[in-house]
Design a protein around this ligand. Structure first.
Ligand code: NAD
Length: 642
């Protein structure tokens, strides 16, 4: 059992595109009416936008924020603040502008609204590092923590790609160190892993298209999560080294983080192998430290301290400074070990993973991923790159043998061989592994107000026979007669006429017509069209539970893990109407077998409905002796514009 302490910091976060429009409201919410607007000259355009959004609330401006929060800059800003009688701080910029705002808030108790334009994460931490006489002093206090953070992705579009990479890796460093922090906790772990995978996904996309808002939003979201990690748990060796190199050798903040991170990770890797594996998984690489190095190198980011202006003669002193007052770290810091680490970082060497096999594997993965770089369709590039990363990680994590991989290939070959026009083993495989349902869940989440969809299954046949309303699609097959009366409406509950509704189902013994070669023609499948009231009616028979075809490789897989092959009884529907999204779904018989253990994981509670037992007269006067069933249901389908 894990023992931990978790403390969260109170702050309000507004996130999105165009959120600057809410600035005036956010200032007023904090009781502000006279704003001191803080920025720096490269952000003149952003501060003009903020000034406009603040609509007359700006009492004064100060655009002299500088890196590492020098106290003389703070003193100058303080006089502007006092002269203007300001009562609220609004800072637009990176960590430097945020630092100035925090320094002023600490001295005046004034509320702050921060509008971050980089991925440094300072806006969510109660930490301030100030420089006085060339020395950086860091302190932490609730009075430093900004009250409101307003993330507007639009302000990050101007951050040049090279700075976006280093700032993104700065955020990555917060998340990485949170995972092996001495005070790590499960909540922060979750935030950190989410941040890492967002950053790994977004940075290559950003290099391809720096103006893509979704990519920028992913990075900004990650920056917030990573900043929250930094605020919540203590940092280790990496941050110590960066503070030492930034403070004593005046190296640039984000660039230093970018160079040092893979080396600090490699130093710690042997002490926290599980953490490194989780980071590697989140990054989608086989080895975490070299994976970070390769990511930075592939994006053209800095990889050596030499290129940042670090004198080689300073390495020994830096190692001594960093080990003199170390931060808690999973692996003990020795001066020789840290000197070696810094030498590797100075030369820009690729940190080798724990074994040369893993390093070679990581290189191989990156070579394959790089081979997709020229794909004209970015989605194809993303999907193939991610697939290869996951496949390589799968092979590495499970130490897959030659024989096992050959078996996997034979398995897929057999799945192909058994497939044909009426048998689709790959659909069965996707269904029984739950992948079809996973894709379906994502699809559903995009249209929450409509009838849930369900998997297509392997037995749909294009172009079923047309059937008239009230006709019997069972062609007299034995079974409990079923009267189906369903309506199709849109999301405003208005009937959808002329919708094409394909239905298909199994017979009383659980077989579809395509599984029964002796049957004459298609049965228990039909196409009907809704009338002006959005309605169709037909006769059929009560569907039965049935096993999916289990005489092929999928059946062997189920048998190998002791799983049954059965599906809960259901009726398939596919609805197509002009101007509407296609809906593929199933209605399950309430009380039927296997509802809790459907072998394709396809049952959704909303789709389990009554096939109500009836006796006596039928709706269309057809004579039925004994019990018959009735299904009444209304499908809601989404307009295409949604
Ligand atoms: P920064 O704020 O110094 O910005 C770097 C440069 O980029 C500046 O010239 C800035 O004007 C410009 N810039 C920023 N956003 C831009 C944009 N969208 N478009 C164009 N130009 C833009 O850099 P940073 O890395 O964000 O912050 C570094 C500082 O923040 C350091 O002093 C560091 O110590 C501090 N920091 C503090 C914490 C904390 O929790 N206290 C956390 C992270 C960083």
């Amino acid at each position: 059992m894990r023992t931990f302490v978790y403390t969260s910091h109170p702050s309000r976060v507004v996130f999105g595109s165009g959120t600057a429009d809410r600035l005036a409201d956010e200032v007023k919410r904090l009781g502000g009416s006279r704003v001191l607007l803080l920025s720096s000259p490269p952000l003149a355009e952003a501060s003009a936008r903020v000034r406009e959004a603040l609509a007359g609330l700006v009492a004064a401006e100060f655009d002299g924020a500088a890196m590492h929060t020098p106290v003389e800059v703070t003193e100058r800003a303080l006089s502007v603040l006092r002269e203007a009688g300001a009562d609220c701080l609004v800072a637009v910029g990176g960590g430097s502008t945020t630092g100035l705002s925090k320094a002023l808030a600490l001295r005046t108790g004034m509320p702050q609204v921060i509008v971050p334009t980089t991925y440094a994460g300072s806006e969510v931490t109660p930490v301030l590092g100030e420089t006085r006489d060339g020395r950086k002093i860091t302190q932490s206090s609730p009075a430093i923590l900004p009250e409101t953070v307003l993330y507007d992705v639009d302000f990050t579009l101007s951050l040049p790609p090279a700075m976006s990479v280093t700032s993104g890796v700065n955020a990555l460093a917060h998340a990485v160190e949170a995972l092996y922090s001495a005070d790590a906790d499960p909540v922060t772990d979750g935030l950190a892993l989410d941040a890492i995978s967002r950053i790994a996904r977004a940075l290559p996309r950003l290099a391809a298209d720096p103006a893509d808002r979704e990519t920028r939003a992913d990075l900004l979201h990650a920056a917030w999560l990573a900043g929250t990690c930094l605020a919540t748990v203590g940092m280790g060796l990496h941050h110590k080294l960066c503070h030492t190199l930034g403070g004593s050798f005046d190296l640039p903040h984000a660039e230093t983080h970018t160079v040092v991170l893979p080396h600090a990770m490699a130093y710690n890797a042997s002490a926290v192998p599980d953490v490194m594996r989780r980071i590697a998984d989140a990054l989608g690489v086989a080895d975490a430290p070299s994976g970070v190095h390769d990511l930075v190198a592939s994006l053209g980011g800095p990889t050596s301290l030499r290129d940042l202006g670090m004198p080689e003669s300073g390495l020994a002193r830096a190692a001594e400074l960093a080990t003199a007052t170390p931060y808690p770290n999973p692996r003990e810091l020795t001066t020789e070990g840290i000197a070696e680490l810094l030498t590797g970082a100075w030369h820009g060497r690729r940190p080798e993973g724990p074994s040369s096999t893993q390093a070679m594997l990581a290189r191989l993965t990156e070579q394959v991923v790089a081979s997709f770089a020229q794909a004209p369709d970015p989605r194809v590039r993303t999907l193939l790159s991610d697939l290869v990363r996951h496949l390589h990680t799968f092979v590495a994590t499970n130490d897959v043998t030659d024989g096992e991989w050959q078996y996997a290939i034979d398995f897929l070959t057999r799945a192909g061989e058994i497939s044909g026009p009426t048998r689709q083993e790959f659909v069965l495989l996707s269904d029984t592994l739950g992948v079809s349902s996973a894709v379906d869940l994502l699809t559903n989440s995009r249209t929450p107000t409509t009838t849930p969809s369900a998997v297509l299954g392997p037995f749909y046949v294009e172009g079923p026979p047309e059937a008239a309303h009230g006709s019997d699609i069972s062609a007299g097959l034995p079974g409990t007669p079923l009267w189906v009366d369903v309506r199709v409406t849109d999301t405003d509950d208005k009937p959808v006429k002329n919708a094409v509704v394909d239905v298909w189902q199994s017979n009383k013994d659980g077989f579809y017509d395509v599984q029964l070669p002796d049957l004459d023609g298609p049965v228990l499948r039909a196409r009907l069209r809704t009338d002006a009231d959005g309605r169709i009616t037909f006769w059929s028979i009560l569907p039965s539970p049935y096993p999916i075809p289990d005489d092929g490789p999928v059946g062997q897989m189920l048998a190998a893990v002791g799983r049954h092959p059965n599906r809960a009884p259901h009726l398939h529907f596919m609805l197509d109407a002009p101007g509407h999204r296609r809906l593929i779904t199933q209605l399950f018989v309430a009380g039927g077998a296997h509802l809790d253990g459907d072998t394709v994981f396809g049952v959704k509670n909303e789709l389990v409905v009554d096939f109500t037992p009836q006796s006596g007269p039928t709706p269309d006067g057809r004579r039925v002796d004994g019990e018959w069933r009735r299904l009444d249901y209304t499908f809601r389908i989404a307009p295409l514009a949604d």
